[in-house]
Ligand binder design. Structure first.
Ligand SMILES: Cc1cc2nc3c(=O)[nH]c(=O)nc-3n(C[C@H](O)[C@H](O)[C@H](O)COP(=O)(O)OP(=O)(O)OC[C@H]3O[C@@H](n4cnc5c(N)ncnc54)[C@H](O)[C@@H]3O)c2cc1C
Length: 453
């Protein structure tokens, strides 16, 4: 079988099927340290009809298919470890409909969260899920992404009302509806969100939107220790205030941010905070946050109230991971992604710091601590076996610590093949059920094989 010729026949356009070396290389890897593997071809579908035909062809001919958004995921989810087709959604990037009165947007999977938010500005609306990369909404559904706003608005799964899905055999189905709630049957939308391209391919996504808050204030609170910063964050949550964002960044990350952004923030554990709502509510919340920070002996509590200052502050936070990566240009990143019950957070942060130090390693810690999710980021040379083994050991210890406390191995990055063993440790008893689901949805193992379990 001449696969390239068959795929060109399906899409009727030689430009949108390629096995050029640079395209294969780009689709061989994600943003992290995982070993790359080239696909045999990259295809850029233009619509759902093409996606259906490509999948039918692949399923009948034993060709693996790996959906690809922006390739920014971190656990090997897009690496085509068995070759086949990388199905790149960058040309399916149309915002199909914005319904301001229903707080709904209908989009194709290649639309990025940045592009959607730009289009929402004129309606006074926002889409809140904001990973630190301008990721595609299809990929964000794939990993059940979250980000700095999750503490207030929830994660991707909380925003997706409906999906149009192409299954492995090329059949098409819709899940969910345009209604804000439903009790109609099994919740397949929530099942498909987070399935990392292993159960079906999204060709349309219906998302929930929110009004832009009347007033927003951002602040930075600087602490002596990472545990004190974590404790202050928990104390703020406990007051029941409507905190918008509460992000922790350690001293190593602040140093990297200063070098990357040319800023002069204190190089100490810092909480980045945001409060939003009406004028009176915001004022009261800021007061409570200041009190909680002072109770943990914070060194400084600074505000940003104008739009430009707020934007700069969040730009620095959003680019923190990129800053860490830029500080070690010849290395690749490994990031832990555990999430613990929030009351366990300060101890978990202390434990992570000690575990990293006990191996003589350098690891920056940062996270969306309002919901108990934090990352230890190690820069490593994957070819250096000792380096890799040490980082994996520390990662595993951090995961085991979280699991022992009822947490999860991944709060937002997904499993891919980087966390398969950790998924086994967390959900060994329910993996047989997951396997049955996979077998039913994709009996020939066409969709993103070798991932998750
Ligand atoms: C600097 C940086 C910061 C980050 N910060 C965060 C963060 O704060 N929070 C967070 O959650 N993540 C974060 N990430 C990780 C990453 O941005 C997310 O995992 C994001 O969801 C990936 O989107 P993507 O478009 O790059 O998808 P990809 O990486 O291309 O794909 C991700 C998964 O979705 C599947 N997929 C893609 N498109 C489809 C489709 N149409 N149908 C079905 N499946 C599909 C893929 O097969 C794959 O399994 C960060 C990454 C970087 C590099």
């Amino acid at each position: 079988m001449d696969m390239i010729a068959s795929l060109e026949g399906i899409v009727g356009d030689t430009e949108r099927v390629t096995d050029a070396a640079d395209a294969l290389e780009k689709h061989s890897r994600d943003f992290a340290y995982h070993t790359p593997r080239n696909p045999d071809a990259v295809v850029f579908p233009k619509d759902k009809h093409e996606v259906r035909k490509i999948l039918r062809f692949a399923d009948e001919n034993g060709v693996p298919v790996v959906p690809f958004g922006e390739g920014s995921s971190l656990e090997g989810s897009v690496v085509p470890i068995r070759g086949g087709v990388s199905l790149d959604f960058s040309l399916m990037d149309e915002i199909l409909e914005i319904r301001p009165d229903d707080f709904i947007a209908r989009v194709q999977p290649g639309v990025t969260h940045g592009k959607l938010n730009e289009a929402l500005e004129e309606h006074g609306l926002l889409f809140p899920v904001d990973p630190g990369w301008n990721a595609s909404l299809g990929g964000m559904c794939g990993t059940n992404a979250s980000g700095t706003n999750a503490v207030r608005y929830g994660v991707m799964r909380d925003q997706v009302l409906a999906l149009e899905v192409v299954l492995a055999d090329g059949s098409l189905m819709r899940t969910g509806s345009l209604a804000m709630k439903s009790s109609a049957g099994y919740d397949l939308t929530r099942l498909f969100v987070g399935s990392e391209g292993t159960l079906g391919v999204f060709t349309e996504i219906v998302l929930r939107l929110y009004p832009v808050p009347e007033k927003t204030v951002a602040a930075r609170a600087v602490f002596e220790s990472i545990e004190a910063a974590g404790s202050a964050a928990i104390a703020m949550i406990r007051t029941g205030m409507q905190i918008g964002r509460v992000e922790l960044v350690d001293e190593h990350t602040m140093k990297a941010v200063n070098a990357y952004k040319n800023t002069d923030y204190a190089e100490a554990p810092t909480l980045f905070l945001e409060f939003s709502g009406n004028e009176a509510g915001v004022e009261s919340d800021v007061g409570k946050a200041r009190e909680a920070s002072e109770a943990e002996d914070c060194r400084a509590f600074d505000f940003e109230a104008d739009e430009e200052g707020i934007e700069l502050l969040w730009e620095a936070r959003h680019e923190a991971a990129l800053a860490i990566v830029a500080a070690s240009p010849d290395k690749l990143a490994m990031s832990t992604d555990v999430c613990v019950p929030v009351s366990e957070l300060p101890e978990a942060l202390r434990n992570a710091r000690e575990t990293i130090a006990s191996r003589g390693m350098y690891g920056a810690i940062l996270g969306h601590v309002g919901d108990g999710n934090y990352h230890a980021v190690f820069m490593l040379d994957p070819a250096d076996e000792d380096d890799l083994a040490r980082a994996k050991e520390v990662n595993e210890e951090i995961v085991n610590y979280a699991l022992e406390r009822g947490g999860t191995c991944t709060g937002e990055h997904g499993v891919g093949f980087g966390k398969m063993e950790h998924l086994e440790a967390e959900h060994g008893d329910s993996i047989p059920f997951m396997r049955k689901l996979k077998k039913m949805a994709d009996p020939n193992g066409t969709l993103n094989p070798g991932k998750m379990f």
